[in-house]
Design a protein around this ligand. Structure first.
Ligand code: IDP
Ligand code: MG
Length: 155
């Protein structure tokens, strides 16, 4: 991995999967120039969903949120790139789709906060923890993309 590279955890929630939005969402990250290093379709248990959202356990919507995340297939991914943690959140848009800008994933493709179709790590620490929760180290694939020299320049 090049020195300034970061990795973030991105997941398409059950509503995004059921609505047939996998290819649309994956293509936005791919076309931006980020590199996919892990991907799998999983139905998380409620207990697993509670671990993923442990920071929110005092919030009134916590139980419903964990029921929802564990209600069907989730597309779990790790994306790599320079600044991908912060910029990935920009691509995703604000938590509440009614406040997300047009052009963002939630702004273009979702309507209400309880069904906002995608998750993205909110900082370097959560990215590290979430990648470790969802993936075993051997599931992360390190490879050189032929596009890297065109995306980052050669130096
Ligand atoms: P984020 O997904 O943009 O990081 P968080 O505040 O971490 O937003 O909340 C996690 C998830 O909890 C949101 O994506 C959304 O699905 C859900 N959520 C957040 N706030 C509310 C709410 O007020 N009502 C219902 N669900 C909420
Ligand atoms: Mg969050």
């Amino acid at each position: 991995m090049l020195p300034r590279m970061e990795r973030t955890f991105i997941a398409i929630k059950p509503d995004g999967v059921q609505r047939g939005l996998i290819s649309e969402i994956v293509s936005r990250f791919e076309r931006k120039g980020y590199k996919l290093v892990a991907i799998k379709l999983v139905v998380p248990s409620k207990q697993f969903a509670e671990k993923h959202y442990h920071d929110l356990k005092e919030r009134p919507f916590f139980n419903g949120l964990c029921d929802f995340l564990s209600s069907g297939p989730v597309l779990a991914m790790v994306w790599e790139g320079e600044g991908v943690i912060k910029y990935g959140r920009k691509l995703i848009g604000a938590t509440d789709p009614s406040k997300s800008e047009p052009g963002t994933i939630r702004g273009d493709l979702a309507v209400v906060v309880g069904r906002n179709i995608i998750h993205g790590s909110d900082g370097p620490e959560t990215a590290k923890d979430e990648i470790a929760l969802w993936f075993q180290p051997k599931e992360l694939v390190s490879y050189t993309s032929n596009e890297e020299k065109w995306i980052y320049g050669v130096n």
